[in-house]
Design a protein around this ligand. Structure first.
Ligand code: FPP
Length: 251
């Protein structure tokens, strides 16, 4: 039985988020510049997006560039910013072939005009695709997102559109970049690091966390399947007890 066949299609996570880490170390192991690792990470992006779409996962969010990544050396930032439009150009056919809709979350105004306009065009070109949302987190951090959401809610309170006592969990969720997507049920981080790194902090409240030592450029479909199988063996309790779950207590 192949790994893919071991996956229970009835118990798939609706949304998987990935912290793609280890590109720099992968390149260093080969005596190459860090950017070589990023370029090779594109194959892993393609493989993972295809695997997720083929399985029937609704949303895949990839952490491609954090607000903190702007502190990296200028040349690496430039390389990453030019890799994005190039990757969109080469991968657009994969998105069309697999009926995948491209989306983006983050401080997109911070991207260069060229990068942003290529991204926006690809988002528009793929907006009718229905099989899966591929969401790129670009110039993204949870702190930035939560500050924006707080400002937006505060403005509504000030304008009299919203009462303070009416603010709920849902109010916060509806003001996040991810308002149109379900919360991720599974977070994967590659490269053996055990951190969340300011990624989807609100949305990951009940997510299962999966860490693998694989460096991102080595990550392939089989690695994705392993993460899904691991997820399917977890007991998701959402604050309840095991006994309650096995008694099928009404939720
Ligand atoms: C983290 O590895 C990776 C990034 C900051 C960039 C991720 C970008 C890609 C995979 C390129 C392709 C993606 C798109 C969507 C065009 P790191 O540099 O922090 O690695 P290290 O921890 O080994 O130094």
């Amino acid at each position: 039985m192949s790994l893919k066949e071991k996956i229970d299609k009835a118990k798939l996570p609706r949304h998987v988020a990935i912290i793609m880490d280890g590109n720099g170390r992968w390149a260093k192991q080969r005596g190459r510049l860090r950017t070589f690792g990023h370029e090779n990470g594109v194959t892993s992006v393609r493989e993972t997006a295809e695997a997720a779409a083929e399985l029937g996962i609704e949303c895949l969010t990839l952490y491609a560039f954090s607000t903190e990544n702007w502190k990296r050396p200028r040349r690496e930032i430039e390389a990453l910013m030019s890799l994005l439009p190039r990757t969109i150009n080469t991968e657009l056919k994969t998105l069309h072939k697999n009926n995948i809709s491209l989306k983006a979350i983050g401080d997109l105004e911070a991207l260069s005009p060229k990068t942003r306009s290529r991204l926006m065009k690809a988002i528009d070109d793929t907006k009718h695709h229905t099989r899966m949302n591929l969401i790129l987190a670009l110039s993204y951090s949870s702190h930035f997102e939560l500050v924006q959401a707080t400002k937006s809610i505060a403005r509504k309170v000030k304008n009299g559109e919203l009462e303070v006592n009416d603010i709920t969990d849902e109010t916060i969720s509806k003001h996040l970049f991810t308002k149109d997507f379900p919360d991720p049920e599974l977070l994967i981080r590659t490269s053996g690091e055990y951190r969340i790194s300011n990624f989807l902090l609100w949305q990951l409240a009940y997510a299962e966390l999966y860490f693998t030592p694989k460096l991102w450029p080595d990550f392939r479909k089989e690695d994705f399947y392993e993460a899904i199988i691991d997820f399917q063996h977890r007991e998701r309790r959402f604050g309840r007890t095991s006994e309650q779950l096995s008694e099928k207590v009404k939720v």
